[in-house]
Design a protein around this ligand. Structure first.
Ligand code: ADE
Length: 243
């Protein structure tokens, strides 16, 4: 197995969910495996409680550190290298394609999913958990985030995407959005595919695509342009080729 995923959740029935279909689904059981554990199975009291009220007061409930630790400790990773342990939370570092590539190149991941107000903060240090967010919005739990992360990793596993898409020229690889795509018919609702893409001139096409990537990144994702220190080859701001 190339990539081994273990998900700790209060809702194991949510998995594999959408990961059962398409690219990830076809590779499941062949190139990657998915195992879920119910956090509730590690509760120790009569009521099988997994959460408690927040210290200091306030709304919501907090997942208990002792229960989370027992769940995490039940995943015995005897093999080296050990899989990274991630916790899905909007308080985490935003997931990036670079982190996804790193994870996909490794042995897999152990992913802890939260619900309610979150995790008792002490679990992060005590079990070297890496907090991961899939974006600046709040989901009702980490499960969908874990699925997003797994889908992004699994499609990069050798053999999953096939020859058609090597994953080598994708959005974010060079800190840029991918260039736009077109397909037949050449003219649709009065809109025509840019001439350069029909020219057969591979050098011109590559140059056009690179410029389109830079233009769209500037327009749609100025944060990416800033993060990557600006793009040297960019045309003057707002300039667009009329092809
Ligand atoms: N759980 C709730 N919101 C989340 C987010 N944005 N990313 C990851 N896990 C979450």
């Amino acid at each position: 197995m190339t990539f081994v995923a273990t998900v700790l959740t209060l809702y194991p029935e949510m998995f594999p969910g959408p990961l059962r279909t398409s690219l990830a689904g076809r590779a499941l059981g062949q190139l990657w495996s998915l195992d879920t554990r119910n956090i509730r199975d590690f509760a120790t009291d009569r009521h099988r409680s997994v959460d408690d009220t927040p210290a200091g007061g306030g709304a919501g409930m907090v997942l208990k550190a002792d229960v989370l630790a027992a769940a995490l400790d039940s995943v015995s990773d005897a093999d080296e290298p050990r899989r990274p342990m991630l916790a899905m939370t909007p308080r985490g570092a935003p997931l990036t394609q670079a982190r996804v590539r790193d994870l996909a190149a490794g042995p897999g991941a152990i992913i802890l999913c939260g619900r309610f107000e979150g995790f008792d903060e002490r679990i992060f240090e005590a079990r070297a958990l890496e907090p991961v967010s899939i974006g600046d919005y709040v989901l009702s739990g980490g499960e969908l985030g874990a699925m997003v992360l797994l889908d992004a990793c699994v499609r990069l596993l050798p053999g999953v995407m096939g020859a058609a898409s090597s994953g080598e020229e994708e959005s974010f690889d060079a800190g840029l959005l991918e260039y736009p795509h077109y397909t037949r018919p050449v003219t649709w609702e009065g809109r025509t595919i840019p001439e350069v893409l029909r020219s057969g001139d591979h050098a011109r096409i590559a140059a056009w695509r690179h410029e389109a990537s830079i233009r769209d990144t500037r327009l749609r994702r100025p944060d990416l342009t800033l993060r990557h220190g600006g793009v040297k080859q960019a045309p003057p701001s707002g300039a667009q080729r009329d092809e």
